[in-house]
Design a protein around this ligand. Structure first.
Ligand SMILES: C[S@@+](CC[C@H](N)C(=O)[O-])C[C@H]1O[C@@H](n2cnc3c(N)ncnc32)[C@H](O)[C@@H]1O
Length: 274
């Protein structure tokens, strides 16, 4: 466990760990669960019957609804995946959407995250997108800091745009996936590391300074690192404790504003040889 004033990371099944979080205490949940496609996560076996996978996402989504503040948001990242012996495409984002609706979320956007660096297929079109389903508890009252996430205008020379603050980033986002070279440089072994810039955009857009941001499938720690970098509090749960040293390393190298108590923890983990 890693626990300081602005960070809480624990290891175990998030279905249990989420139960320790008080009602309506978290502003934002961002997560990418396992996609059930056989990724080598270590402790978690990423190939389970589809009904069990749906049950996992459903249980976690119910807890997320409970712990979110009334103006909170849930961003669920899922992808179409090849499924079964025939490798037919199964649109997991549709399943995620159904689960979120059944739990009570209102959907604000289904973001398409597109990238170029993925394997090339020979029997179908190469997959180049995932989705991020954005749900809120109330359509009348939710955090949306559009000015924090504006992007440059397409037409730079249009005089009418002078002095403007940029355009809406739209619901199609381009962020390249974190490749093995980048992972090597960061010293990470986790198989599916998120592009941190994408998570930073979500955190700026849907939370404010000192708010709490949670990820129930933390992996290498991207969400809590982004939260700390942006002056939020981070909570993360991960089944496999072998990622603890990776998470600590990332906090040390990528988050600049961590609290002294966290430095002590990092130094302790270094002394312990992690
Ligand atoms: C897609 S990865 C998350 C990667 C993460 N977004 C990152 O940037 O590193 C999903 C993670 O969920 C973890 N996991 C699977 N089942 C879990 C459960 N029931 N509770 C907590 N973590 C779980 C896996 O071990 C894996 O590391």
């Amino acid at each position: 466990m890693i626990k300081t004033d602005n960070l809480y990371v624990d290891f175990g099944d998030s279905r249990n760990l989420l139960k320790t979080i008080p009602d309506e205490s978290v502003k934002l949940v961002v997560t990418s669960p396992p996609y059930n496609i056989g990724k080598p996560y270590g402790k978690y076996k990423d190939k389970i019957p589809l009904n069990e996978w749906k049950e996992l996402i459903s249980e976690v989504t119910k807890e997320i609804y409970r712990i979110l503040t009334p103006d909170g948001s849930f961003f669920l990242n899922l992808s179409p995946v090849p499924f079964g012996e025939e490798k037919e495409i199964l649109p997991l984002p549709y399943i995620g959407y159904d689960i979120m609706k059944s739990v009570g979320f209102y959907i604000r956007n289904i973001i398409t995250w597109t990238f170029n660096n993925m394997q090339n297929c020979v029997q179908r079109l190469s997959g180049r997108y995932e989705n991020i389903v954005w749900g809120v508890k109330s359509l009348q009252n939710y955090v949306f800091n559009l000015d924090e996430v504006r992007i440059p205008y397409i037409t730079q020379n249009d005089k009418r745009l002078e002095g403007g603050s940029g355009r809406n980033p739209t619901d199609v986002w381009y962020f390249n996936r974190v490749n093995n070279m980048t992972k090597g440089k960061l010293g990470l072994s986790h198989p599916t590391v998120y592009p941190i810039e994408m998570i930073e955009r979500i955190i700026k857009m849907s939370s404010n300074l000192n708010d709490t941001v949670l990820d129930p499938f933390l992996g290498s720690g991207t969400t809590v690192v982004a939260a700390l970098k942006l002056g939020r509090k981070g909570i993360g749960f991960e089944l496999d404790q072998t990622y603890e040293s990776e998470i600590l390393k990332r906090i040390k190298t990528e988050a600049t504003n961590i609290q002294p108590s966290l430095f002590d923890l990092i130094n302790k983990s270094k002394r312990d040889g992690n």
